[in-house]
Design a protein around this ligand. Structure first.
Ligand SMILES: Cc1ncc(COP(=O)(O)O)c(C=O)c1O
Length: 392
């Protein structure tokens, strides 16, 4: 048993809340006094600060990260008989939204080093499993027209956008970045959400910047596309009550925007604290010489990893998870089943073995606590507990 015994939850939002609570309540009281709940000054302020933060020309607050993806697909007119390329190893919303607009998800494998969509798998797919007719790309097997790539910046680590954008340009595909887990992540100083046509962010409470419930945001570079996103956010009505399109209610609440405007002031400091925690983990793992048992997340020299999650890889993942639970360390498996093997997608015809890197990641990954308020002592306890598992 570890000694002295500690408790390290996977996430502790209460500690963080105390640091900004004073700033939140006057804002919420003001909104209540004004009874101004929908698309008001707080939403405008959020959008004004997030566009430049994400290196983008435009930003639009929306109801969740899932709705950001759905809205992006709808505004880009992706639907029936279309295909969208996405990584199979991701949160369900990535594939779920593609299916919800009636398009066919084309799930491809990941790069095992960073868990993100493999640009070489995308290239192989486009060159070998598609045909180009009249400048448009069609999948040889299903016949769908491939319209877009939806890379995910998983765990806060940016995907290989230079290779993916080059393929998108060559094959004339739209790019929707699923940046739900990666606000502030960068490649060569350029923020995620600024590479593709639309960037989609989540403010789910567990993210580096979390709301008091569900909220999200879309970034866009093109003014005309931004206008479409804006119109589709309110049912596709422009002017109000006149519908050339069918959109949805994808509005962010004014109250959530107010919370996010306060918490935004702390975002970079929190992301830095996560990076410091990651560095502490690396030091501790080295101390115990655990490299033969545990793979740590890679840090690419040109990428700013914002560590929404700190994912380790171990062969006996389930055994370690059980051991850590027994010593009061919270962990989670993101994600146990890749999307190509989810039951709801079985009609797409994927088989076990189609995406081997994703399938082995799903068996081996484990998220350790990385939230900003963790102490050095807690991190030492987590790694000591892991070392004990391997020495038992
Ligand atoms: C990769 C990814 N995409 C999309 C989403 C959906 O975001 P939300 O929960 O805000 O709807 C999430 C949320 O966990 C996510 O991690």
């Amino acid at each position: 048993m570890s000694d002295p015994r500690m408790s390290v939850p996977l996430l502790d939002l209460k500690a963080q809340y105390l640091t900004y609570a004073d700033q939140i309540w006057p804002k919420l009281q003001d909104i209540a006094a004004r009874q101004a709940f929908i698309l008001g000054a707080e939403v405008t302020a959020l959008e004004k600060s997030f566009a430049p933060y994400c290196g983008s020309a435009h930003a639009l607050g929306v109801s969740s990260g899932t709705d950001a993806l759905l809205l992006a697909l709808m505004a880009l007119d992706v639907g029936a008989n279309d295909g969208v390329i996405a990584p199979t190893f991701t949160f369900f919303a990535t594939g779920g939204t593609i299916a919800r607009v009636g398009a066919r998800p084309i799930f491809l494998d990941i790069d095992p080093t960073d868990f993100n969509l493999s640009a070489s798998a995308v290239e192989r797919y486009l060159r070998q499993e598609c045909v180009v007719r009249h400048g448009q790309v069609y999948a040889k097997d299903s016949g769908v027209r491939v319209r877009a790539i939806m890379p995910v910046h998983l765990y806060g680590q940016a995907a290989d956008m230079s290779a993916l954008m080059a393929l998108a340009r060559e094959f004339d595909l739209k790019v929707i970045e699923d940046a739900a887990q990666a606000i502030g992540s960068e490649i060569d100083g350029r923020r995620v959400g600024s590479f593709g046509d639309v960037g989609c962010f989540s403010f789910f409470p567990t993210k580096n910047l979390g709301a008091f419930g569900d909220a999200g945001l879309c970034t866009a570079q093109d003014a005309a596309l931004f206008e479409r996103l804006k119109i589709f956010r309110v049912h596709g009505g422009e002017p109000k009550y006149y519908h050339a399109w069918v959109g949805g209610n994808f509005r962010i609440d004014e109250i959530q925007a107010a919370v996010l405007n306060v918490k935004f002031q702390h975002l970079d400091q929190w992301s830095k604290a996560r990076q410091r925690n990651a560095a502490w983990y690396r030091e501790e793992f080295q101390k115990y010489n655990l490299a033969q048992h545990v793979s740590l997340p890679i840090e690419k020299s040109n990428v700013r990893h914002i560590y929404n999650q700190f994912m380790i890889r171990i062969k006996d993942r389930d055994g370690l998870k059980k051991h850590l639970a027994s010593v009061d360390v919270g962990t989670e498996i993101y994600y146990p089943v890749p999307l190509h093997l989810q039951e709801c997608f079985k009609d797409l015809g994927y088989q076990i073995g189609d995406c081997p890197h994703a399938e082995s990641a799903a068996r081996e990954v484990l998220a350790l606590p990385i939230y900003p308020e963790l102490t050095h002592g807690q991190i030492q306890y987590v790694v000591r507990s892991i070392a004990q598992f391997f020495s038992a």
